[in-house]
Design a protein around this ligand. Structure first.
Ligand code: FE
Ligand code: FE
Ligand code: ZN
Length: 276
């Protein structure tokens, strides 16, 4: 069965997200660990967590995905910004140990003119300070569109980060279909070639999640504007090939399309109809 969900607001806690997911036909979901502007995370409510874990078991909600605030930039040239990234991620990882066995996704960062090489080593430094041998959460690097000085627009950059992380067994990759398309990887016409390239450079075994988004822009635009499924340049047929691809179909898929809940419910239904 296809594991699919969408990005949900975390403001009412875990149980509420689980119930919302079930109400729209989802069997997983993604959420921000804190306000994207980087404010303090709300205190964890142990009752909410245990009620959620029970509900998730009963409703077969599998593999939820936490997303770091997108303002987090471990590759910044400013110490203060890097310090925020490290503190926020350390706190997120500690909290996520209460829902073990899931993944935590983050945008690798922007090197803001220092060069990709410098940025990559700052990102790896942060991960080396934060990862713990005993942790039960896998940290995912998200593939990016390569907008501005963003790191992660090329599979090779993700490989370089992974190579420098000592506890890299706790690391994986989340592939965002809009981002790789905008980054110049033709997943609409050449999905097999793109996945072979990913496998050679990163390794398909590292791939733990897919952000399923259409793109408002043509291949290689480096823009990062998500479109509804079937309403962008990637198209519904390509989306159907992605969710059914033998190398991908076992992965959890997360929609980050411009939708309210009813729109997400319709997309989930549409994609389930296309799942073989
Ligand atoms: Fe993201
Ligand atoms: Fe994404
Ligand atoms: Zn995006």
């Amino acid at each position: 069965m296809l594991t699919i969900g969408c990005h949900l607001s975390s403001s009412k806690g875990y149980l509420s997200m689980g119930k919302t997911a079930v109400s729209i036909g989802a069997n997983t979901f993604q959420f921000f660990t804190r306000n994207p502007r980087g404010a303090r995370a709300k205190a964890l409510d142990p009752k909410d967590i245990s009620a959620f874990l029970e509900y998730a078991g009963e409703h077969r909600i599998d593999k939820i995905l936490a997303h770091a605030p997108y303002t987090l930039n471990a590759a910044s040239a400013e110490t203060r910004v890097r310090e925020f990234a490290r503190t926020a991620m350390a706190d997120d990882l500690e909290r996520l140990e209460h829902t073990p066995g899931n993944c935590y996704n983050f945008h690798p960062g922007s090197h803001v003119g220092q060069g990709a090489e410098a940025g990559i080593s700052l990102i790896a430094d942060m991960l080396n300070q934060l990862l713990k041998p005993e942790q039960a959460t896998t940290v995912l690097l998200e593939t990016m569109a390569g907008k501005g000085s963003e790191i992660g627009g090329k599979f090779e950059e993700l490989r370089e980060i992974l190579d420098r992380v000592e506890l890299s067994g706790h690391m994986g990759v989340c592939l965002d279909t809009c981002h790789v398309w905008d980054g110049g990887y033709d997943i609409a016409e050449h999905l097999d070639e793109v996945l072979n390239h990913f496998d050679r450079v990163v390794g398909l075994g590292r791939l733990k999640a897919i952000h399923l988004n259409d793109s408002q822009n043509p291949l290689g635009a480096h823009k990062d504007r998500h479109a509804k499924i079937g309403h962008g340049f990637i198209g519904l047929e390509a989306m159907a090939r992605i969710i059914n691809h033998p190398a991908l179909k076992h992965l959890p898929f997360y929609l980050e399309t411009p939708n309210e809940l009813d729109g997400y419910a319709q997309e989930i239904k549409l994609l389930r109809e296309h799942a073989r």
